[in-house]
Design a protein around this ligand. Structure first.
Ligand SMILES: C[S@@+](CC[C@H](N)C(=O)[O-])C[C@H]1O[C@@H](n2cnc3c(N)ncnc32)[C@H](O)[C@@H]1O
Length: 337
């Protein structure tokens, strides 16, 4: 069964963190006077991260694959990318806190070599954005604290605390909240590994609301890079229509048959758009550096399956992928992106 878009929008592993749970999580965190940077790499509508940062000196960053939820997140958070976290380029080790409540699901065929849960994939794919000393808040079903996840966590993080969701919030998906602090250097800690590995079989205590926080967030680093490598068709159209530079290029192109000189130097974003749209295809460079450039934007379709109770549903998400290739004089093809 193929879900229609509104149905697919509802799911895609969307299990938002209840706000009373977010409030308890917030009671564990001490915010410094300096500005902190918080990242939620699968932020849903942004409500959870926004609540966590409420009234604090914090800059919030979210990524969300579902376009509708990403639109809502734009209202709630300071910076939002509407794409998968896999398609984002982000400064490493820049964030004070990583709020990670990944989809509870299996990775789709082709995403990984062997069948793997998304809880572990998201953790491994986003832990690098956290600063040493930064605080991880990891929310997963208790059974998903598997060996691979426990090993990764004990290698990269320390000072763990784990609790189950309070009261009735635990009943449906049996989620836990795990806090941990990013180590300066990765090193396996056998004790932590054993403790984490045992979590699926333990009866954890309920997440309390603390009177004094247990984890201090470090000040945020400079987030120099936070952008998607994908070009959204609508955004591209809007940007091109709104850009005076584009008007000028089109005018020059129509009157002379080739690209004119832009009024301002192009920055990397402009060049990316021109390359991807094929406007700069052709032979460029001199001498040994002479080569052929070819840019294109392709539609790619991600397919994956989810269970709604007993029912298996197929979900399709379409996105646009930019690729730019160079053909060098020695016959080598170099893929730039
Ligand atoms: C469990 S919800 C968590 C939402 C929010 N962080 C919260 O705690 O309330 C997971 C979210 O991840 C989104 N998602 C799924 N795959 C994604 C991907 N590859 N990159 C970014 N977001 C993704 C889903 O659309 C969903 O909104």
């Amino acid at each position: 069964m193929i879900l229609t878009r509104p149905q697919a929008r509802i799911k895609m592993g969307y299990y938002p963190t209840p706000l009373p749970v977010v409030d308890r999580i917030a009671s564990f965190l001490e915010f410094p006077d300096e500005n902190v940077t918080l990242l939620d790499p699968c932020c849903g509508d942004g409500a959870a991260l926004s609540r966590l940062a409420q009234g604090r000196n914090a800059e919030t960053y979210g990524i969300e694959l579902d376009q509708h939820r990403a639109g809502l997140a734009r209202e709630a958070l300071d910076h939002v990318l509407a794409c998968g976290y896999e398609d984002a380029r982000i400064t490493n080790a820049a964030f004070s806190g990583l709020f990670l409540n990944p989809p509870y699901d299996w990775a789709e065929a082709g995403e990984t070599e062997r069948s793997e849960r998304k809880e572990g994939l998201f953790l491994r794919g986003t832990a690098r954005y956290l600063r040493p000393g930064g605080v991880l808040v990891y929310i997963v079903p208790q059974t998903q604290m598997r060996n691979g996840v426990a090993r990764f966590l004990s290698y990269r993080f320390q000072n763990f605390s784990a609790f189950r969701f309070p009261g009735e919030h635990y009943d449906e998906y049996r989620q836990i909240v795990l806090f941990g602090v990013k180590k300066r250097r990765g090193e396996l800690a056998g004790d932590d590994f054993e403790r984490l590995q045992a979590i699926p079989r333990e009866t954890l205590s309920e997440l309390p609301c603390l009177d004094s926080p247990r984890y201090s967030l470090p000040p945020g680093g400079e987030v120099r890079l936070f952008r998607s490598t994908l070009i959204d068709e609508e955004e591209l159209e809007q940007e091109l229509r709104a850009s005076p530079l584009w008007e000028r290029l089109r005018y020059d192109n129509n009157s002379t048959g080739k690209l004119g000189r832009p009024p301002l130097p192009l920055h990397a974003g402009h060049l990316g758009l021109l390359l991807a749209s094929g406007q700069l295809d052709g032979v460029v460079g001199d001498g040994d550096d002479r080569h052929v450039v070819r840019g294109k934007v392709e539609k790619v379709v991600h397919r994956y399956q989810e269970y709604e109770g007993e029912r298996r549903v197929e979900i399709e998400v379409e996105r646009y992928q930019v690729s730019i290739k160079l053909l060098r004089q020695d016959g080598r093809i170099v893929t730039l992106m």
